[in-house]
Design a protein around this ligand. Structure first.
Ligand SMILES: Nc1ncnc2c1ncn2[C@@H]1O[C@H](COP(=O)(O)OP(=O)(O)OP(=O)(O)O)[C@@H](O)[C@H]1O
Ligand SMILES: Cc1cn([C@H]2C[C@H](O)[C@@H](COP(=O)(O)O)O2)c(=O)[nH]c1=O
Length: 206
């Protein structure tokens, strides 16, 4: 019944914060479903593998549509059923990432992506999105795995990704918040739960 997502540049600390948030929500007695986008379903996991494979040649429009296809499957199979059961859903990335990576940074029209996104998700949008802001160089230094197809893009692309997230949060401050990824993980977590508590207070408990 409450849909939350976390987003940000690669390596900003999303998975770390999702783990902390899911533990906190569970301790609050909430039924929580966590998922990741792209992926989170057998079909989505296959699409994710293609999208992140550095050997794959994928045009920008195909790339955008593949992210949408994975998300459409995730909404149908996981997110909407969980919300219908009264669970809190916490998703690692969502449509905002497509607006930013394929739109602001990639160059596709952001409003076109919103329209395709509305179709793919049946209009289902998070009640709230937290974005962890961090310089891409700092985030890349934290990475311990080889760079995937998107992470391999140049510095200017990842700078545009960061600025795209900042711009989207500024434009949608009613449903998005920006967090300083340079802070310690526990500090960021405390700031996130203040915002999440507000969202929970205005969404009905089953
Ligand atoms: N606030 C923090 N300060 C310093 N290091 C952190 C912080 N948060 C996470 N890390 C570390 O940075 C690395 C990346 O964190 P994490 O996997 O949570 O990021 P992510 O945004 O989910 O990455 P990806 O985009 O690659 O999925 C990990 O080694 C993690 O332990
Ligand atoms: C949802 C979404 C993601 N991306 C990019 C962002 C990352 O580089 C990868 C996903 O990897 P992660 O480990 O799950 O962060 O894909 C994108 O370009 N567009 C999107 O819509």
């Amino acid at each position: 019944m409450t849909f939350l997502s976390l987003d940000g540049v690669d390596g900003a600390g999303k998975s770390t914060q999702i783990r902390l948030l899911v533990d906190w929500l569970t301790r609050q007695g909430r039924d929580v479903v966590s998922c990741r986008d792209p992926g989170g379903t057998p079909t989505g996991d296959e699409i994710r593998r293609l999208l992140l494979d550095p050997e794959m040649r994928i045009s920008l429009r195909s790339e955008m549509l593949l992210y949408m296809a994975s998300r459409a499957q995730l909404v149908t199979e996981v997110i909407q059923p969980a919300l219908d059961r009264g669970s809190v859903v916490v998703c690692d990335r969502y449509l905002l990432s497509t607006l930013v990576y394929q739109g602001h940074a990639g160059g596709l029209d952001v409003e076109d992506i919103r329209a395709v996104g509305a179709f793919a998700t049946t209009g289902l949008m998070p009640d709230w999105t937290g974005v962890i802001d961090l310089a891409p160089e700092t985030a890349a230094q934290r990475r311990d795995a080889p760079a995937d197809r998107i992470e391999q893009r140049d510095r200017s692309y990842h700078e545009k990704v960061r600025r795209g997230f900042q711009a989207e949060v500024e434009q949608h401050a009613d449903r998005m918040s920006l967090f300083d990824g340079r802070q310690a993980a526990e500090e960021i977590h405390q700031a996130i739960i203040v915002e999440v508590q507000r969202v929970l207070d205005r969404t009905r408990r089953p």
